[in-house]
Design a protein around this ligand. Structure first.
Ligand SMILES: Cc1cc2ncn([C@H]3O[C@H](COP(=O)(O)O)[C@@H](O)[C@H]3O)c2cc1C
Ligand SMILES: O=C(O)c1cccnc1
Length: 355
């Protein structure tokens, strides 16, 4: 299915037969109808997406995409760009939050460097997909050129291909990139025709003044973007103009997963913006996305609304890395175990609501 534009690949179709069978089974399990709430929906959706009577989330693939952002020149993050490369090392040596969570879940973790300013660590285990040494400063020029966008999207698609090879039942994309909440907010503003004040937040922890400055930089980026792309704006031109390499790679990975029939569990603000871009590019993608949590980043709710998504959890998390998705995996495993292992009224000799 690999083409020169893998994001144009045909998407897989969920199995309506398995969805109907899963719904029927849920109605026969020894519980009042609907009493397992969202866990029932999760099991039914996974049965349809996986095309099975026994949905399962044991084989989880977590792919963390890292990349740097030229817009850091504008003082929009509390942290220096060097942290992106340093965290890449932390991911592979096992000390980052997502590394701990992957171990705890028994999930496979891959770390993809889409392009950092500082020399990446030579640690074994980092997948080198460097497009350039960080994006250009999106406040002043297009974040990337068309070739760089295509390279980043293709890097994401290759991650989805590896997930399929490993028998992945549920894919989680994570991200790491100092400055990437600025890029994600700017991209979301362009995709939703929103004003930056509605979608700009503290990221790693800016104060009120810092957030105002960040919103002004995003406004500047949007003015530049609209000047350049007033007539020809599409989700792809927005991504090229305002995105990050890791955000573009995640966009490619989500489409690549949907093309290969792999359900995706979406993390917080940044991955949701990549998902929004992917859904605007390929509307049929939306049924492949499950939403794990509501981030503390204030713009997230607006993105979730645009995607008509209700996340499973709201824990006040605002880390990224895929951590908000990872924390929801045990719930999804519970949903599957209940669906697959509970007795039916007939099996257990329990009277149902009709007597
Ligand atoms: C040590 C550290 C680990 C992180 N892990 C994820 N992020 C998160 O914070 C960054 C975005 O915030 P901003 O736009 O304010 O720079 C991204 O790297 C995101 O993944 C981290 C940030 C830091 C500092
Ligand atoms: O929700 C997120 O993805 C997020 C929020 C703040 C900083 N980094 C990531």
């Amino acid at each position: 299915m690999t083409t020169s534009s893998p994001w144009l690949a045909e998407l897989a179709t969920p199995s309506d037969t398995h969805r109907q069978r899963a719904l029927a089974r849920q109605s026969q399990l020894t519980k009042p109808a609907g009493s397992l709430g969202e866990l029932e929906n999760v099991a039914v959706r996974l049965a349809a997406l996986q095309g099975t009577d026994t949905p399962n989330a044991e084989q989880v693939q977590i792919a963390v995409f890292a990349g740097d952002h030229g817009v850091c020149d504008e003082g929009i993050s509390l942290f220096p760009q060097a942290v992106t490369a340093q965290m890449i090392a932390n991911f592979v040596t096992g000390g980052a939050a997502i590394s701990v969570m992957a171990r705890q879940l028994g999930a496979a973790l891959e770390v993809i460097n889409t392009g950092t300013v500082c020399a990446p660590p030579l640690s074994a285990g980092v997948i080198d997909e460097q497009v350039a040494a960080g994006t250009a400063n999106l406040a002043r020029e297009s974040a990337m050129d068309a070739q760089q966008l295509a390279a980043a999207l293709a890097a994401g698609d290759r991650s989805a291909a590896r997930a399929l090879e490993r028998g992945c039942q549920l894919f989680i994309a994570g991200e790491m990139g100092i400055g990437n909440t600025t890029s994600a907010s700017a991209l979301a503003c362009a995709l939703l025709a929103e004003h930056p004040t509605h979608l700009t937040g503290p990221g790693t922890g800016l104060d009120r003044q810092g957030v105002q400055h960040k919103a002004a930089i995003i406004q500047q980026a949007l003015a530049r973007h609209y000047q350049q792309h007033d007539d020809d704006a599409t989700p792809l031109t927005c991504l090229q103009s305002l995105g990050g390499f890791e955000i573009a790679a995640i966009t490619g990975a989500l489409i690549g997963c949907a093309a290969r029939g792999i359900p995706v569990l979406v993390d917080g603000f940044i991955v949701s913006v990549a998902a929004l871009c992917a859904v605007q590019l390929r509307p049929a993608l939306s049924c492949w996305l499950l939403f794990a949590h509501r981030s503390r980043e204030p713009g997230h709710q607006r993105i979730l609304d645009a995607l008509e998504a209700t996340p499973l959890l709201d824990l006040g998390m605002r880390l990224g890395e895929g951590s908000g998705a990872a924390v929801a995996v045990p719930l999804i495993r519970s949903a599957c175990a209940l669906h697959n292992q509970m007795a039916t009224f007939a099996d257990a000799g329990v009277s149902n609501a009709d007597g």
